[in-house]
Design a protein around this ligand. Structure first.
Ligand code: AMP
Length: 292
């Protein structure tokens, strides 16, 4: 696996690869890899002829009181994992090379970032959209893979690609979970053993929404309430939001005729966790993955 730090060198390699007829698949990450990231890489390996991954803990998507400096890092271990896929090229830039002092341009996706995590993390999605746009211009991929675990981020990137005519296929990938249902996340490393058990209530809450839908709940409020009840009965969970919104627009919905995403953000101990599940009306057509 080749490791490249310089954006210009990466662009030159991408140009060369494209000239040679390679189909570049790209998986952007912040590192501290787990099976969720690796599932994206394996699918990228299958769909492309050249697989590029990036590790960049992007400072512009962290708020002033967030965990940028504490974000877990282990490049040596990440490289070992990526070699098992195998990833052909790791792009691992320095913040100063990605954000030269004179930069003045931001990419902002408006409607989709107005709700859910948007108001709780001001500037977060602007940081995400900007860095992903930059990474796309540097890595020049034909396709890029993103996890449904970060559902609002996935929808934001899909919208950006459409709005800005980026010639890149976005491939959504299902959330990879621990055997007990916990959605894999780099931040799970910070959960104590007790908090790790408490954190299972998020996937249980989503399962409760799915059960409520199967039992006849039809409004978004009823569907979200089932999840909220589970979380409210779990000591140690501090809810930031529990919402069922239109799975495409992320806008509030009334009677549920189209797919909704049930989305949760909650703090367990010091760790902020998110999880979600897409539910489609009609008992036989529930699209959510089994979580427990
Ligand atoms: P991150 O390193 O957290 O920025 O994540 C990099 C990519 O991996 C994003 O597209 C995430 O949505 C995706 N990802 C993170 N956790 C999971 C998971 N448990 N299952 C599937 N994809 C994931």
């Amino acid at each position: 696996m080749k490791i490249v730090n310089s954006p210009i060198e990466m662009q030159q390699l991408a140009d060369g690869a494209r000239r040679n007829g390679e189909r570049i698949a790209f998986v952007p990450t912040m590192g501290y890899l787990h099976e969720g990231h690796l599932s994206l890489m394996h699918e990228g390996r299958r769909r492309g002829t050249m697989l590029v991954a990036s590790i960049f803990v992007n400072p512009t998507q962290f708020g002033p009181n967030e965990d940028l400096s504490r974000y877990p890092r282990d490049l040596a271990r990440d490289c070992e994992l990526m070699r098992t896929v195998p990833v052909d090229l790791l792009f691992n830039p320095e913040p100063a090379d990605m954000y030269p002092a004179a930069a003045q341009t931001w990419v902002e996706v408006t409607g989709l970032t107005r709700g859910l995590c948007g108001p709780l993390r001001p500037g977060h999605f602007r940081g995400v959209a900007t860095v992903v746009a930059k990474l796309f211009n540097i890595v020049k991929p034909h396709l890029a893979l993103f996890g449904e675990k970060d559902y609002q981020q996935l929808r934001t990137i899909q919208q950006m690609v459409r709005d800005l005519n980026m010639d890149i296929e976005i491939v959504p990938m299902p959330t990879v979970r621990e055997p007990d249902g916990l959605a894999m996340s780099s931040r799970n490393a910070y959960l104590s053993a007790a908090d790790r058990k408490t954190a299972l209530s998020l996937s249980r809450a989503l399962a409760a929404s799915r059960t409520a839908l199967g039992a006849g709940a039809r409004t978004a409020t009823e569907i979200a309430r089932a999840a909220r009840t589970v979380l409210e009965n779990e000591p140690g969970v501090e809810i930031e939001y529990v919402e069922a919104v239109d799975a495409e627009s992320l806008e509030p919905v009334g009677a549920q005729e189209r797919p909704v995403v049930v989305a949760i953000a909650a703090r367990v101990g010091k760790v902020r966790l998110i999880d979600n599940m897409v539910l489609t009306p009609g008992p036989a057509t529930i699209a959510g993955q089994p979580v427990c």
